[in-house]
Design a protein around this ligand. Sequence first.
Ligand code: PXP
Length: 240
Amino acid sequence: MTRLGVNIDHAATVREARKTNEPDPVQAAFHADLGGADGIVCHLREDRRHIQDRDLDILRETVTSHLNLEMAAVDAMVEVALRVKPDMVTLVPEKREEVTTEGGLDVRSSVGRITTVVSTLKGAGIIVSLFIDPDMTQIKEAARTGADYVELHTGCYAEAKHGVDEAIELEKLERGAQAAAKMGLGVSAGHGLTYHNVQAVASIPEVEELNIGHTIVSRAIMVGMEQAVKEMIGLIRSAE
Ligand code: PXP
């Protein structure tokens, strides 16, 4: 069964729009858990635009399923991860000016640095995933770093025009997932997935886990987090 990690960053985005104390991403995580989420994902960005250090600390104390921390492969964040000890760290590229994570990690150009970070985190008992494009070179380089998982970036698939372009991007994800699994890597996928486009990705047999945020938080504003998560799980289950 494909697991669902619910990214609750954008509950914090709404809070930070007013620099107040609501909505609380920790409560969002609690309700996502009640809706059946297999884990909670959050991204502690260098500019702290949504999730704050305190959120992460409280999430670590309260999330009993699986906590996946997305972060840049920089020393300051490695220190945070070693202190907080999430169950999993997903290394992502990060640029200050971006609206959201654009593109996957370029593992090839920084394989030494990433290998060191992977080994430090794994030494602390943390499962490590690399967020990469479904590109064969990146997948091979990811395997060299000793990472446990790759998370295949589904952004190009999500943005592709319905029809041929979408089919091409889906095929890249299918082939990437197969190749990664053959190399002994666990495979997850995410970014830009919605209630409308999730099923094709959920039906890829090698994809063990989907990490989804914006669309679930958006739906949660309308129907509540528990219901929004249940609806997403329903779509994933019927696609498997
Ligand atoms: N996976 C990774 C590595 C991400 O950086 C993000 C965005 O924070 C997501 C999944 C979730 O993307 P979305 O919010 O578009 O569902």
